[in-house]
Ligand binder design. Structure first.
Ligand code: CA
Length: 226
C-alpha cells in the first residue's frame, strides 16, 4: 500500500485530501508544520509527499530543498500562489510537480498516480534500461561500465524518455519537460537536433533507431530494454 505524507496547515483541506486518498486505498499520514513533517520523515518511509508552500513555521520550498538533499521521494507542491516565478522556484527547489489551490481532488489524484507510476530510481540513484544506466545524482549516462558523455539538454531528454520508457511521448510533452542549460525551453528544431545527437551516441545503427524510436505523427518512445 502506498503511503502519502500530507503537509498542510489548513486542517479541513488536509482532512479532505486524506479522506479522498484513503477511500482510494492509500495510507495517509498528516503533518501541519514543517517541523512535524521532518519528524515524520525521520521516523518512517513514505512514497510521495504533498507539500503546502505556506506553512506556519516555514516555507514549504525550503523544506522541499532540504528533503531533496537526502531523498528522491516525489514531492507535489500545493501552492496558492500561481505566479510564474513561484512555480519556477518551486520546481527549482526540487519538487516534481505542483497544483495550484483551489484544485480538484481528481486532478491531485491523477498527478499522484502519474508520479508513482514513473520508474522508481534504483538504489544507486539511477534509471536502468537494458545496457543503459542513467545516474540521476551525477547526471551521467552509462552503457555497461562505459560512460557516454551527454550535454545537460541531452541528459534532461534522456531522463524524461527513460522515466517513461515504453510510452509514446508527444513532441509537446517532451518540449514541456526539456530545457537547455540556461533554463530556456527548447524548440522543436533543437529537440530534433538533440535526439539526433543522442542517437549518434547510443544507437547501434543511428540510421535505423531502435532505442529512441520515432512514432510517426506522434513523437518518440524509449525502447532501450528492461
Ligand atoms: Ca498553508
Amino acid at each position: 500500500m502506498k503511503r502519502i505524507l500530507i503537509v498542510e496547515d489548513d486542517a479541513a483541506l488536509s482532512r479532505g485530501i486524506a479522506f479522498a486518498f484513503r477511500r482510494d486505498g492509500y495510507e495517509t499520514v498528516a503533518a501541519s508544520t514543517a517541523r512535524q513533517a521532518r519528524d515524520i520523515l525521520e521516523a518512517e518511509a513514505v512514497d510521495i509527499i504533498l507539500l503546502d508552500v505556506g506553512l506556519p513555521d516555514g516555507d514549504g520550498m525550503d523544506l522541499c530543498q532540504q528533503l531533496r538533499a537526502r531523498s528522491d521521494t516525489p514531492v507535489i507542491m500545493l501552492t496558492a500562489r500561481d505566479m510564474e516565478t513561484d512555480v519556477v522556484s518551486g520546481l527549482l527547489a526540487g519538487a516534481d510537480d505542483y497544483v495550484t489551490k483551489p484544485f480538484s481532488l481528481s486532478i491531485l489524484r491523477a498527478r499522484v498516480e502519474a508520479l508513482l507510476r514513473r520508474a522508481a530510481p534504483d538504489r544507486q540513484g539511477g534509471i536502468r534500461s537494458g545496457p543503459f544506466r542513467l545516474d540521476t545524482r551525477l547526471c551521467r549516462l552509462y552503457r555497461g561500465e562505459e560512460e557516454i558523455p551527454v550535454s545537460a539538454t541531452e541528459y534532461r531528454l534522456l531522463a524524461y524518455l527513460m522515466t517513461n520508457a515504453g510510452q509514446v511521448l508527444t513532441k509537446e510533452q517532451i518540449l514541456a519537460e526539456a530545457w537547455d542549460a540556461n533554463g530556456l525551453f527548447v524548440d522543436e528544431n533543437t529537440l530534433q537536433v538533440n535526439i539526433s545527437r543522442l542517437r549518434a551516441k547510443i544507437e547501434p545503427d543511428p540510421r535505423r533507431p531502435q532505442v529512441i524510436k520515432t512514432v510517426h505523427g506522434m513523437g518518440y518512445m524509449w525502447n532501450g530494454g528492461r
